[in-house]
Design a protein around this ligand. Structure first.
Ligand SMILES: Nc1ncnc2c1ncn2[C@@H]1O[C@H](COP(=O)(O)OP(=O)(O)O)[C@@H](O)[C@H]1O
Ligand SMILES: N[C@@H](CCOP(=O)(O)O)C(=O)O
Length: 363
């Protein structure tokens, strides 16, 4: 593939744009790796491209969540690595000169609120904008799915709202490309920007992921109880079995089929939703990673807390997601108290569903 540099701004006027990506909560009980919900905590990148600046590699700075943890080396940072992946797939082998990225992050790392999915989507949009590639949303999703292999978080973060998604059955050749390890899609780049990279990364197959947006009843509010400890998604996924009992899969399929429509109906039916948010595919296998999880999930019900609709693990945890029409404060208080019995401190966030998804705004 021919190598070139990404387009730079004119020498007199720096180009400025903002990328804003919502956090996401996946699974919503029975929809493991299928459904995602985009919510009102954001990862925001303020990007300046100044061709007169002297830096060959992007400079990165962070405020907010993960500010002390996120790598500032653009060859190690997840967002800039994803941006470079998109550029390289388009035949552009390096970042433009003079890129400065100021990140403000509201999405806590490793809590089940899709911080890595948001970082991936921000990076895909960054690569698209830096290369002026104008990829379609569907093609952006293809790139994201080469990196984060479960579609739920990245699809909801990119498209917004309450979303269901699946991956296509691929041709044998494309299966090979989809199955490449993440380390190959995003190779470790050399720290010396002048060095030549050995081979091009595999371009994503066209249309790997497909999605549909469900409705979301306006009365349904979202409460996230976020414990002060992290559970890495990779670790929480390795806790799951390779095979399941038929009864358990049927249990989840029945509930998911009801849940996606039940959450769109006004007024919401708490009995229907509470039962439809039960899960036997991932939560039972993750309980050892989240002290007290079964007790916490049974501590609030529509009977004990009128207004509650349902409660589940957010993504791979440890955040607990509760859906309610009223009594949000009292629901949050009970869950915080249950975690306190395990000596775990938490914070509560009262969130709304964001229909818009990720947005890039040019100044
Ligand atoms: N804004 C970000 N910038 C850089 N890296 C990030 C960012 N957000 C998340 N990450 C990376 O993703 C990891 C968390 O991913 P993961 O274990 O999947 O948890 P989560 O449930 O938050 O997505 C972090 O430890 C960090 O390495
Ligand atoms: N379906 C995935 C979702 C992981 O979400 P995250 O927010 O924890 O990264 C899973 O349950 O593993």
């Amino acid at each position: 593939m021919a190598s070139s540099s990404a387009a730079t701004s004119s020498s007199s006027s720096p180009r400025r744009f903002t990328i804003k990506v919502p956090c996401t909560s996946s699974n919503i009980g029975p929809g493991f790796d299928v459904v995602g919900l985009s919510l009102s905590l954001y990862l925001t990148l303020k990007v300046t491209v100044d061709a007169n600046a002297s830096n060959a590699l992007p400079t990165l700075s962070y405020t907010g969540e993960g500010a002390s943890e996120a790598p500032l080396d653009p060859y190690k940072n997840l967002t800039t690595r994803c941006a470079l992946y998109v550029l390289r797939c388009a035949g552009v082998n390096s970042f433009p000169h003079g890129v400065d990225i100021k990140v403000n992050n509201e999405v806590p790392f490793g809590r089940g609120l899709g911080s890595s999915g948001a970082a991936v989507i921000a990076g895909i949009l960054l690569g698209d904008a830096l290369g002026s590639l104008k990829l379609s949303r569907a093609r952006l999703l293809d790139h994201a799915l080469m990196i984060e292999r479960h579609p739920d978080n990245v699809t909801a973060a990119l498209m917004g709202g309450f979303v269901g998604s699946y991956l296509l059955d691929l041709s044998p050749e494309d299966v090979q490309r989809k199955a490449v390890p993440l380390s190959e899609v995003l190779p470790e780049y050399p720290s010396d920007a002048g060095e030549e990279w050995g081979r091009d990364p595999p371009s994503p197959p066209q249309g790997i992921g497909h999605f549909i947006k469900f409705g979301w009843a306006k009365e349904i509010k979202v409460i996230a109880i976020i414990p002060q400890f992290e559970v890495s998604t990779a670790k929480a996924r390795s806790a799951l079995p390779d095979t399941y009992k038929k009864e358990d899969l049927i249990f989840n399929l029945q509930r998911l089929a009801v849940l996606t429509t039940a959450l769109a109906r006004s007024p919401p039916d708490s009995y229907l939703i509470f039962q439809a948010m039960q899960d036997r595919v991932h939560q039972p296998y993750r309980k050892h990673l989240i002290p007290g999880l079964p007790r916490i999930l049974s501590s609030v019900t529509p009977q004990s807390h009128p207004g509650l609709l349902g409660i589940c693990l957010s993504g791979a945890g440890p955040t607990i997601l509760a859906l309610a029409t009223e009594n949000q404060e009292s629901i949050a208080k009970t869950i915080v108290e249950e975690f306190a019995k395990e000596d775990i401190k938490c914070r509560s966030e009262f969130l709304v569903v964001t229909e818009e998804g990720a947005v890039v705004t040019e100044e």
